[in-house]
Design a protein around this ligand. Sequence first.
Ligand SMILES: NC(=O)c1ccc[n+]([C@@H]2O[C@H](COP(=O)([O-])OP(=O)(O)OC[C@H]3O[C@@H](n4cnc5c(N)ncnc54)[C@H](OP(=O)(O)O)[C@@H]3O)[C@@H](O)[C@H]2O)c1
Length: 360
Amino acid sequence: MTEVWVLGGTGRSGRAIATALRERDIRPVLAGRDAERLTAAAGGDRTVVAASVAQTAAEIRRQRPAVVINTIGPFTATAPELVRACLPASHYVDLANDIAAVAATLGGNAAAAAAGRTVVTGAGFGVTATESVVVKLCEGRAAPQRVRVDMVPSLAMEAGAVGEALAGTLLEGLPGVEGGRRFQGRGYRGGRLVAARLGGDATRLTLPDGTAVTTAGMPLGELIAAQRASGAPDVVAASSEAPSSPLVRAVLPLATALLAVGPVRSFARRRLAAVTVAARPRPREHSWGHAIARWADGTTREGWLRLGEAQAWTGAVPAEIARRLLAGEGRPGAYTPAALFGPSLAESCGGEFLTAEITR
Ligand SMILES: NC(=O)c1ccc[n+]([C@@H]2O[C@H](COP(=O)([O-])OP(=O)(O)OC[C@H]3O[C@@H](n4cnc5c(N)ncnc54)[C@H](OP(=O)(O)O)[C@@H]3O)[C@@H](O)[C@H]2O)c1
């Protein structure tokens, strides 16, 4: 089997991935639960209709595609079942961008290695853009003492509902992640995951194009990827999408305390999924991944990855990973994208590294 399946084929990410696969001469197979919308999205490519994640898993076991790309969040809920369905015969790639899902999927390294399959998690904009810069900064060096990564997406919004996958991911929090509560930030200190304030560690960054953005701490999959890629004991992950205004930070403790109550979370999730957003052009020309690493001897290296619109890049990364896996370039085990393929993956997707400054 040489098929590449895109689960959630009707969604924003699913469609972007399908486009990027076609650009690489790979005809995607779109999987989803609504036959009519799926056919419309597939534009003549093959579709697989499955009403639920369990049915999708059963179809994967039966039809044994070469690569499965999972865009159905929240990944804490969908990834374990889908990875299990893949391991006998299929490589698995997902777009997880929260600590809980990325850590759990990487925890399946031994099972993936034993099955001789490759599992790649975090194959979207945030993890891949920031991790790629960290790998670039740390290539051939001992582990730095401290790393900070910042993701600055430039995201065009299409009109429509937020949807279950995104709403679930946003409101799932970090179930079972060590170091703090479900709705609390995280950082690495002394090599251990510890609690951090959501929206804390705010920094004003001047981008290489001269404009400025504020980034602040978010418990993103980037944190895990940056720690593993650098080996640094102290790591902070921040995003320009984090609530960094003093007003929002003031109400966050109350909002997150409410979300800790299960029925409130289910209610909020349904409401958020149904919220419609208006179309919006991307706010700036480029999206950026940024990392700064400090070594114990005082050396500091800073790097940027410049790329285009973030959603299109979230399409290109899984498509390029699938292309490389089909070409036999993967390794058995569970990885984040740049840990598996190095900084060249980001470049193959149109990303451009800006020379790292070195100061003492
Ligand atoms: N790492 C990153 O940088 C990054 C970037 C973008 C997105 N993401 C993540 O990727 C996920 C998808 O985002 P999106 O914007 O593409 O969302 P979306 O447009 O809502 O698409 C989600 C897709 O999943 C399907 N789906 C949802 N729940 C399902 C279920 N229970 N069973 C089967 N199919 C289901 C939807 O099918 P229907 O059409 O039938 O509802 C839709 O096709 C989110 O979790 C998001 O956080 C990550």
